[in-house]
Write a protein that binds this ligand. Sequence first.
Ligand code: 8ID
Ligand code: ZN
Length: 347
Amino acid sequence: AVPKTQKAVVFYKNGGPLKYETIPVPVPKANEILIHVLYSGVCHTDLHAWRGDWALPTKLPLVGGHEGAGIVVAKGSEVKNFEIGDYAGIKWLYSCCMGCEYCVQGAEPNCPDGEYSGYSHDGSFQQYATADATQAAHISKDAKMDNVAPILCAGVTTYKALKTAELRPGQWVAISGAGGGLGSMAVQYAVAMGLRVLAIDGGAAKGDLVRKLGAEAYVDFTKSKDVVKEVQKITHGGAHGVINVSVSEQAINQSMEYVRILGKIVLVGMPAHAKITTDVFSHVFKCDQIRGSCVGNREDTAEALDFFDRGLISSPVKVVGLSELEEVFKLMQEGQVVGRYVLDTSR
Ligand code: 8ID
Ligand code: ZN
């Protein structure tokens, strides 16, 4: 039976206390499923949301989280695509209108009427969360729940970002911020897609991780005298594509310099108030392209999960209790998270 109350992490103002408290279990609307969230990844977006880093305001009070993996325990009257007992995932895109010009061409994350889990709709930092059944992810019964959780945002997002870069097997992709949550997924999807990976991040622990995940080269931005020159040297002329998943304006601007002639710069990480500056002359002469990439649609989600199901992606997770979210945010703020933290909602 579904309980009436549950544990959640709630904040009442941006940057305010993160309260581990007892709140009511939400009741699913006609279009929703109720998911018993077993594990939730902690994405840097959750930290941005709590701090209020972006121009887009969050709902308040808010239960954050958008990488939730769990079991369907109840469903609304209109739901046809999930049964009780199915495994389901909570993604960043809670819902979209499905009818606008962007939705109809599959650009669901770009819907102007989109709602976001853990941002405008209470998310996965609670034991029971509601999800719009159309957007909720279908998770295989064979999946390990703590490992599959990071696929729902970090995996989907980096897989889609790599598609957005339109690279060919054998080309170099630089992944800036490679040792973090998104980065450690990006390295593996890139390898699985036949790309050569140059990873950029800071410190020996992240270097060890990205090499283990298949990166051919590692540039440590805390040690390198000149990141741009080093990347250009290793790749013999610059990376064909760059996936920017760092939370650093400087790193993003460096990628404009070390990208190869005709290369593609994909923007994914969103440091607060960051601007990209580019020299028009070199932009024109290089004919490089800057492209934004925002999570993925339902098809990207199913494909990203399929790579995981086939054993091509392993999640470098550390599991801690839901009650420890504040400590995870602290480590993340300091750039100390290697791979992904996943919260066990039972403790
Ligand atoms: O759809 C999207 N576009 C999307 C989806 C999910 C997340 C965007 N994001 C955004 C988040 O909001 C955040 O801004 O992507 C960014 C990264 O999220 P994350 O991977 O969850 O964060 P993390 O685990 O903290 O990893 C960030 C890494 O960047 C490194 C850090 O060391 C860390 O490993 N980094 C930093 I900070 N400065 C760097 C630099 N100068 C750097 N790496 C290289 N060079
Ligand atoms: Zn995320």
